[in-house]
Design a protein around this ligand. Structure first.
Ligand SMILES: *Cc1c(COP(=O)(O)O)cnc(C)c1O
Length: 433
């Protein structure tokens, strides 16, 4: 399989180049030249395990660029935790994607991408240094994904004093090949330092540096595995299957749409957003107008110009085509908090703010449709990651799960740097050359 850029259909790039470069030079997004047809295996009569699904899908995209053994190892080492359909009521299920090391669905993408890079790098014998600027969550998934991966150093820049205590611990306690830098500045300052390093040719001639940003196609491929796994777990597959995805940068839902194009019988997708309603407005007004992002309690979805919409439009070409498979609604803070409280009171189940927006999408669908459905909403994060937001809503203390308690007990190891490129440059050269 070869890959093209959404800005240049004639480009033909290998999976390895897609993975290691992250983004084409023309600033488009990489897409596969075709979507493999797996309808004969995805019709619901198969009994594939989560890892078998992973291997099957990955092999269609990565082909012979990695040996069967290597690819099996990548899948085995990245899909190490389950994604269960948790039954809530009637035929409504939460697809829980937060049982990985950083308790959010981004673990799937980050771990798979990291293990793939490890294989390609070992074929090449060249170490790489990955630079990541983070405001919190993405950084910890990436750091964890690459933890202990041979041949790769990860250098994480985060704004000093501006991430939550849990996030700071998740970023600074891994050690080994993970280096945490606290920058005396904002998230934007961190991002500027990273961008400057990428474009600094004198640095790039002495150090092999790379990125692991969220638009890397290597992160989307593994995200299609759990849609299939979830569908295969449904008891009555003959009902209409409606999946609702709490969306920010629209990567997760893109992976779901890819799975549908591979032949997975999901009838319809709902992209639920918070107040950042650029895509719902696109569906309403037929116009795509990016906006500055608005801060909400579901902050991982605070995106004003979702980059993966380019991928979705590349698959569907027109909005009318897209409407056949997907719709999009926005929900406000009050609706989100109400949903969290109601579900907590009635079902003794605590949803994180992002996941609650997923359930709101299913509820809205049910208001307008009377068909019998399986309604699956994606549980994108564990509630314990958002205790600051949730405790006042339910008016109760929340216990941290074991994974987080262990992290809170570990010793922080990080280096404080001024928001100054020369200092950052010297640090990189002295540490990694
Ligand atoms: C990143 C994230 C999202 C949004 O996913 P996209 O792929 O960007 O649409 C939703 N919920 C949580 C908890 C996240 O971390």
């Amino acid at each position: 399989m070869k890959f093209y850029s959404t800005n240049n259909k004639n480009l033909q790039v290998s999976f390895k180049d897609v993975l290691l470069s992250g983004m084409p030079i023309d600033k488009g997004l990489y897409m596969p030249q075709y979507i493999p047809d797996l309808s004969n295996v995805l019709d619901g009569n198969t009994n594939l395990s989560f890892q078998e699904i992973g291997y099957l899908i990955a092999s269609k995209f990565i082909g012979n660029e990695l040996s069967k053994n290597d690819l099996e190892e990548v899948v085995e080492n990245s899909i190490t935790f389950d994604a269960p359909n948790k039954h809530l009521y009637d035929s409504i299920f939460c697809l829980e994607l937060f049982h990985g090391p950083t308790l959010a669905f981004k673990d799937f993408g980050a771990r798979f991408m990291a293990r793939c890079m490890e294989k390609f790098i070992s074929l090449n014998n060249k170490n790489i240094n990955i630079l990541v600027a983070t405001s919190g969550d993405t950084g910890s998934a990436v750091a964890n994904g690459f933890y202990n991966v041979e041949g790769i150093n990860v250098i994480i820049l985060f704004p000093k004093g501006k991430v939550s205590d849990i996030q700071e611990k998740q970023l600074t306690t891994l050690d080994k090949n993970i280096y945490a830098l606290e920058i005396e500045g904002s998230f934007d300052d961190c991002q500027k330092l990273v961008k400057k390093a990428f474009s600094d040719s004198s640095l790039n001639t002495v150090l092999n540096i790379s990125s692991a940003n969220s638009i890397n196609l290597g992160r989307l491929i593994p995200q299609s595995f759990y849609y299939i796994h979830s569908f295969l777990q449904l008891e009555n597959k003959k009902k209409k299957n409606i999946f609702c995805v709490p969306s920010g940068n629209f990567g997760n839902i893109t992976a779901g749409l890819l799975a549908k194009k591979m032949g997975l019988p999901i009838n319809h997708f709902i992209a639920s957003t918070n107040l950042n309603d650029v895509v719902p407005n696109f569906f309403k007004n037929n116009k795509y107008i990016p906006q500055p992002s608005i801060s909400t309690i579901s902050n991982a979805m605070d995106v004003g110009n979702p980059s993966n919409m380019n991928r979705i439009m590349d698959i569907y070409q027109t909005l009318d085509n897209l409407r056949k498979d997907m719709q999009s609604w926005s929900f406000n803070e009050k609706e989100t908090k109400q949903c969290i409280l109601e579900i907590f009171n009635h079902y003794d189940c605590l949803l994180d703010p992002h996941t609650a927006i997923g359930l709101l999408g299913i509820n809205k669908y049910l208001e307008n449709n009377s068909d019998a459905i399986n309604g699956v909403f994606l549980g994108t994060a564990h509630p314990a990651k958002f205790i600051d937001v949730l405790e006042p809503i339910i008016n109760q203390k929340i216990n941290l799960p074991k994974t987080l308690l262990e992290v809170m007990d570990k010793n922080k190891k990080s280096k404080v740097l001024k928001n100054n490129y020369e200092e950052f440059y010297d640090y990189l050269i002295n540490t990694f050359q």
